[in-house]
Design a protein around this ligand. Sequence first.
Ligand SMILES: [Zn+2]
Length: 89
Amino acid sequence: MNGVGGLRINWAPISHSWVRMAILRRKNDPDGIRVTFATALDQTVRAKCSSCGRIDIIPKRMCLEMRACDKCRNAVLFAIIAEDASDDR
Ligand SMILES: [Zn+2]
């Protein structure tokens, strides 16, 4: 665990979730595990409609702006979700 602003945070579960959401990349390195941001905005991710819960596979850049949901037709933000959210708590 590392401290941030005096808080003790266990980063492993957070980084694993963010890797599954394609926000971070993890690489094994001789010094340990290297974590970098995955900033390719054209990379597709699973994203969920904040109104009806529909899940689409869309480019990350489309999660940064309002878009019309194909199911509920509301103009909403889609939230990036993990590739396999079944083990999220
Ligand atoms: Zn919707």
